[in-house]
Design a protein around this ligand. Sequence first.
Ligand code: DAT
Ligand code: MG
Length: 139
Amino acid sequence: MKENKTFTMIKPDAVANGHIGAILDQIIKAGFKIKAMKYVALSEQIAGQFYEVHKERPFYGELVEFMSSGPIVAAILEKDNAVEDFRKLIGATDPAKADKGTIRQLFAESIGANAIHGSDSAENAEIEGNFFFSAFEKF
Ligand code: DAT
Ligand code: MG
């Protein structure tokens, strides 16, 4: 994966609240191309592995429990300046602080149940995309 790719997950709250379609619509209308996609339920073990970088943070247990509480949509997205532009599209981690019209402002419930993930760097986008997708699942 290069600088023009990012990785996302539509989180269990947004899936349970029926927002998959609306969120994908925003992503596509913002110019992102879907390079890989799957609908899966993470076990606590898999969610814990994915978020291992946060294991020392106080909310790690809560985060792992939440991310394994229901199905998610995982995807690799492509666009120029993908990581930065996608972080702008999703808004701040805390939806109360997210700009108007961002995905988290529109669809998130709280700082923990915040609707969507977006990679924070091209390096992490590649690691996270490879965590979910094998070579023949990327287009
Ligand atoms: P982001 O998802 O915006 O990159 P992050 O990487 O700092 O934010 O944290 C990862 C996830 O952990 C975040 O999407 C939701 C959860 N989280 C972050 N801060 C939290 C907090 N103070 N309380 C509960 N959950 C939190
Ligand atoms: Mg992050």
